[in-house]
Design a protein around this ligand. Structure first.
Ligand code: F6R
Length: 248
């Protein structure tokens, strides 16, 4: 897996944002749509703030951009402040000129028996737009990408999943207590992620050093879903020095 190490999260985030901007502008020049797969959580926050800056200060337009988010808690109301709908609007969508109809985020309010059909439709919508041009990823300490926890199949699609205890503990900083974190989520699958033409996994800080080592250097196993990315020729890991500190 190609790994690029930057001195800081800030520096790396600016470079990732610039790559996204280049894609958007190249598509604009051809009258085409840029299809972005987006992640939430702490990791991409500075990428989004740089994209907002590029919009406000350098005239980058998102009028030809379509987005698909990786995941959402289940169940959750979009109005809840911990929802990924709220997160994306706060950090990105409220500050750029994207058409609301172009934003796609898994729906945390579905009835249980509607989820399967909804997930198939999510996959079909991605296909309808020609597939994901770039997929941004963070990595959880369980090795999850999206919310594909240990045990996820490499060909998995968008589906309802159960969150690991460690994932819920890490999310408790947003929900006040682990008990308040939803036990499930709707996530794109590993197979969905793999179809993206470019996959960028980002990780910052010492807390991610040991999982980055496993993801990059460990045996490929469903026990650490991010190791499946070793099988992709379209993936790049972009990390800071702390997250890279256990790599050999
Ligand atoms: C979020 C997502 C998760 C996070 C991961 C890391 O949409 O899919 O896989 O990327 O849990 O979270 P942070 O960035 O908060 O460390």
């Amino acid at each position: 897996v190609p790994v690029t190490v930057y001195a800081s999260q800030q520096e790396a985030s600016v470079i990732v944002a610039a790559r996204i901007a280049t894609l958007i502008k190249a598509k604009q020049a051809k009258g085409e749509t840029a299809v972005l797969g987006l992640a939430t959580g702490a990791t991409p926050v500075k990428v989004y703030s740089e994209l907002v800056r590029l919009h406000k200060e350098e005239g980058l337009s998102f009028s030809n951009v379509v987005t698909f988010n990786l995941d959402e808690y289940y169940p959750i109301q979009p109005t809840a402040k911990q929802s990924y709908v709220a997160f994306m609007h706060e950090h990105l969508f409220n500050h750029i000129d994207i058409a609301p109809a172009n934003i796609h985020i898994p729906d945390g309010t579905l009835n249980k028996d509607a989820i399967h059909a909804w997930c198939l439709e999510y996959e079909q919508k991605i296909e309808k737009f020609g597939g994901l041009d770039i997929q941004l990823l963070g990595i959880g300490r369980t090795g999850h990408i999206g919310f594909n926890e240990p045990g996820s199949a490499p060909n998995s699609g968008t589906r309802l999943v159960t969150l690991e205890e460690l994932t819920r503990r890490d999310a408790s900083r947003d929900f006040g207590a682990k008990e308040n974190v939803p036990s499930k989520a709707i996530t794109m699958g590993i197979g969905t992620i793999f179809k993206a033409r470019e996959i960028i996994l980002m990780a910052w800080n010492k807390t991610k050093a040991s999982i980055i080592k496993k993801a990059v250097e460990g045996d490929i196993t469903g026990e650490v879903p991010a190791t499946f990315l070793q099988l992709s020729s379209s993936v790049e890991f972009i990390v800071d020095e702390d997250a890279a500190s256990e790599l050999t």
